[in-house]
Design a protein. Structure first.
Ligand code: HEM
Lengths: 251, 295
């Protein structure tokens, strides 16, 4: 509002702009004016539920790319991208021993952009494991886990485990040789624990061998159980960053 | 309720962190819009583009349909678990597959509760001696892991036989962990290789529970459990001791950087070994000799 007062002559662009933003529909959606004044810039963050994950102001050292290398943000970005591509893949994939592999083949050949979606999902999943590990290292080497951020580091470790489990459960779904044997080797490790190993392995894969039960269990965990948990822990993670006074900086 | 309890015990109702929040100086702050939102937007765009390009150029693997009757050689877990699978080759499966990862995760989560000194927090490696500790920790981690893996895969024996002659009989126990186990078994009374704990001591069947089939093989316990545990606990402790005596690591943060860097280095070394160096039969090869499993 404040500074949209036109200077000398108003061109077609200015009039188009005013026509777009100065009407009741636009105003009902975006309540603050164009973010070109400090006040409107802060309102743009504070009145938007998504942007509101941020504070409105931030210490200047934290804007430098080399401080965080955007790694936490990229992990979150990859999580969102995996959700989008994952939902698209779910349209075509049926988690049964008879159909899973055929669906993968069909996805790659018969579905428009199916191969691209599958590739994206796969590389984003590997990428997320990497960015989360790197993010952990950046937090460590900047000493950003110290009080009062101890608990957020613990939340982070939980997120790391959830990320690995998400990737691992997804690994079985194509039901090819790679998937089957990787999960067999992986769950055999669980089974080797003293006393509780075998019962745990049995619960995890729903039997003594990786089969139809394991597929449906991994699928359910992969598409709803673990993403839900991860989203909850991410909400806590982000909330705590704000509560702990933003990112760590020297006292 | 919470307030009442706090007041009664004289305890602090809220933690120190909540009462004394760090002061913020307006003049040192920037507006999130545009300064941060812009950076985030650009990196999101760059990442989307890079990933899309990657997904166009490289296809996700899809092998033949799963066939439980046919085990590929080698069969490997996903890459981020290959560090554990590498460990599995050198020690008892319960140790490598369950105990080590559990202990590692708990230790990782416990870091901030041991290293609480907030001096120089929020800056890259800015405490004194941070870099030397990082470098020493990483180098020791990589070299130590390589040496141990090399020893257990008899690389030194191969080198010796290639350049000198056949490996001396008297040094048989230095061949590998397995060879050492064989030597110990030959040296100890045979009865110690099979101690029937289940039958004699843990008589669960007397309690109406299923009988425990526990047969302790002392040489196996020594080599598969005691030796690796001793190394995995002892070597980091030794590293910290040496670093402390030599003045390299002084504060807790120093030791944390030393140990964490060592841990990351070992993690990477194990992952690389499990991924790139292990071929058929999980034997060790040069990376260019490793062929993917044939199916
Ligand atoms: C799915 C996984 C994760 C996501 C999406 C995530 C996201 C984020 C984001 C967006 C930030 C803001 C600063 C930045 O980008 O670096 C952050 C900060 C932080 N993260 Fe994570 N994170 C994840 C995993 C972890 C892990 C594995 C750890 C540690 C073990 C961790 C510990 C922390 C801590 C302590 C901070 C505060 C850093 C500071 O004050 O400078 N996070 N996280």
């Amino acid at each position: 509002m404040a500074s949209t007062e036109s200077p000398v002559r108003r061109g077609i662009g200015d009039r188009l702009y005013e026509f777009t933003v100065q009407n009741r529909v636009w105003r009902s959606i975006f309540r603050s004016g164009y973010p070109n004044t400090p006040r409107n810039q802060m309102l743009a963050i504070a009145t938007n539920v998504f942007l509101h994950l941020h504070p409105t102001r931030i210490h200047r050292t934290h804007v430098k790319i080399t401080h965080t290398f955007c790694l936490g943000g990229l992990s979150f970005f990859l999580f969102l991208g995996l959700t989008v591509t994952g939902v698209l893949l779910m349209f075509y994939y049926v988690p049964s021993v008879e159909r899973a592999y055929e669906d993968m083949l069909a996805l790659e050949t018969d579905v428009r952009f199916g191969l691209l979606m599958r590739n994206l999902h796969r590389w984003m999943a590997h990428g997320m494991v990497l960015t989360v590990l790197l993010h952990m290292m950046r937090v460590f080497y900047t000493g950003a886990y110290k009080p009062p951020r101890e608990f957020n580091w613990v939340v982070g470790v939980v997120l790391l485990v959830l990320t690995l489990l998400l990737s691992f459960t997804g690994y079985l779904l194509p039901w090819d040789e790679l998937a089957f044997w990787a999960i067999t080797v992986g769950t055999d490790m669980v089974g080797s624990a003293p006393i509780l190993g075998q019962p745990n392995r049995f619960v995890l894969i729903g039997g003594y061998d990786v089969g139809a039960n394991a597929l449906i269990r991994f699928y359910t965990l992969h598409v709803i159980g673990l993403p839900l948990l991860a989203a909850i822990f991410m909400a806590v993670h982000f909330w705590r960053i704000r509560r702990d006074g933003g990112l760590a900086r020297p006292l | 309720m919470a307030v009442a309890r706090g007041a009664q015990a004289g305890a602090e109702p809220v933690s120190r962190a909540v009462r004394a929040r760090q002061v913020r100086r307006r003049e040192e702050e920037l507006l999130v819009w545009p300064d941060l939102v812009f950076v985030e937007f650009i990196s999101a765009v760059l990442f989307t583009l890079t990933l899309t390009l990657l997904a166009i150029v490289i296809n996700a693997p899809l092998q033949d349909r799963a066939n439980p009757a046919h085990t590929p050689n080698p069969s490997k877990a996903p890459w981020y678990f290959l560090n554990l699978q590498e460990l599995l080759l050198h020690m008892h499966p319960a140790l490598a597959g369950v105990v080590v990862p559990t202990v590692a995760l708990v230790a990782l989560a416990a870091i901030p509760y041991f290293d609480t000194d907030t001096d120089r927090q929020g800056e890259w490696l800015s405490t004194p001696r941070a870099w030397p500790n990082l470098i020493v920790g990483s180098v020791v981690g990589v070299v130590g892991t390589a040496l141990l893996i090399g020893w257990d895969s008899q690389r030194h024996v191969l080198a010796y036989e290639r350049w000198v002659g056949s490996w001396p009989e008297s040094l048989e126990w230095l061949r590998s962990a397995r060879a050492l186990q064989g030597e110990i078994a030959a040296w100890l009374p045979a009865s110690l290789s099979s101690i029937p704990l289940g039958e004699k001591v843990l008589r669960t069947d007397l309690l109406g529970l299923p009988a425990v089939d526990l047969n302790v093989n002392l040489p196996a316990v020594l080599i598969e459990q005691m030796l690796p545990t001793g190394l995995m606990v002892g070597l980091p402790v030794l590293l910290s001791l040496v670093a402390w005596r030599s003045g390299l690591a002084y504060t807790r943060r120093d030791h944390m950087i030393l140990q964490f860097s060592g841990f990351i280095a070992v993690f990477i070394a194990l992952t690389v070994s499990g991924t790139a160096l292990r071929g058929e039969g999980m034997e060790i090869f040069w990376p260019w000799e490793v062929r993917p499993a044939e199916s």
